[in-house]
Design a protein around this ligand. Structure first.
Ligand code: SF4
Length: 61
C-alpha cells in the first residue's frame, strides 16, 4: 500500500495515535508518513487512519 499525507492536514494528531508506526507529527504541526509504502502488517491501521482523517489528507492505495 502506498501512503501519502497531502497538504490538507490540519494537525489533529489522530493518525499518529491510530498508527504510530507509520504516522508522526512534524515540528510544523502536521502529520507525515515514515515510509511511502507499507506492507500488509500495517495496511489495516493505515486504512483506518485514512478513513478517519477529518480532512481526507491521507492518500492510501
Ligand atoms: S488525521 Fe488527517 S488531519 Fe489529522 S493529523 Fe493525520 S493527516 Fe492530519
Amino acid at each position: 500500500m502506498q501512503v501519502h499525507v497531502n497538504g490538507n492536514c490540519i494537525g489533529c494528531g489522530m493518525c499518529a495515535s491510530v498508527c504510530p508506526n507509520e504516522f508522526f507529527m512534524t515540528d510544523g504541526g502536521t502529520a507525515a508518513a515514515f515510509s511511502p509504502e507499507v506492507g500488509d502488517d500495517l495496511a489495516g491501521q493505515v486504512q483506518a487512519a485514512a478513513d478517519g482523517c477529518p480532512v481526507s489528507a491521507i492518500e492510501a492505495r
